[in-house]
Ligand binder design. Structure first.
Ligand SMILES: [Zn+2]
Length: 227
């Protein structure tokens, strides 16, 4: 069973939507009873009974419509909360990976890992392998590293001029490193937005159109042979 179907079934039985299902069923039963009462009243020709039957039928029909709307909203609400949980888990992953790169650099003469092997060099020593997987991704290893800073000296570029240079972002396996921008390779998994970490350690979520505002390359010249 794929994840979307599984989530849909969970949504149907989750929390108060279960009670709304019950209410909708009661409305259907009430509607059928009211319809029968209406038919009998029409046959008898009793005007008072007919008016009551029409009112009961309209009430049952209105309750049914309300319960269906409530059901739709509850499914939407639960679906959204799942999506927010995924986005939060993804941001936690990226922060842990970012910290792992920082720890790696401390052990390797302040150098960040090279772009081609950054993921395997930091796991499992500095971060668990699970952190490489965004919960909204369909493939494992769902993050990329900005190749423009990979292999560089952390202390050289982690100054005030470079606080807003991206380090990690959302991408697809098996390619995990890109240089000079990532607009065409980034994955926008969270309501059309992508999580990104920056040199000073902060994380932000960006939409496709806002990516142009980011500077991907440090202003200083970095030793290319070490990336
Ligand atoms: Zn993600």
């Amino acid at each position: 069973m794929n994840r979307t179907l599984q989530q849909f079934l969970v949504n149907l039985s989750h929390g108060w939507s279960f009670f709304v299902w019950g209410f909708a069923l009661l409305c259907v039963i009430a509607g059928i009873s009211a319809q029968r009462y209406l038919n009998r009243s029409r046959a008898s020709g009793d005007v008072v009974k007919l008016r009551r039957a029409k009112t009961a039928y309209a009430l049952a029909a209105s309750c049914f419509v309300v319960s269906i709307v409530a059901l739709g909203l509850s499914i939407l609400h639960v679906g959204c909360s799942y999506k927010l949980q995924d986005e939060h888990k993804c941001s936690v992953n990226l922060k842990q990976l970012h910290l792992a790169i920082r720890l790696y650099a401390q052990d390797y003469d302040e150098r960040m890992p090279p772009a081609k092997r950054w993921a395997e060099l930091i796991s499992p020593k500095y971060v668990s392998a699970d952190s490489h997987n965004c919960p909204s991704a369909t493939t494992p290893f769902s993050y990329g590293m900005n190749a423009a800073v990979a292999g560089a000296s952390w202390s050289e570029i982690a100054n005030e001029d470079h606080t807003n240079i991206p380090v990690l972002f959302e991408a697809d396996a098996p390619v995990r490193s890109f240089s000079g921008g990532m607009k065409d390779v980034a994955k926008f998994r969270h309501a059309g937005r992508s999580n990104i970490t920056f040199m000073d350690g902060h994380l932000r979520i960006y939409s496709y159109t806002l990516l142009d505002r980011l500077a991907w390359k440090p202003k200083i010249e970095l030793p290319a042979q070490k990336r």
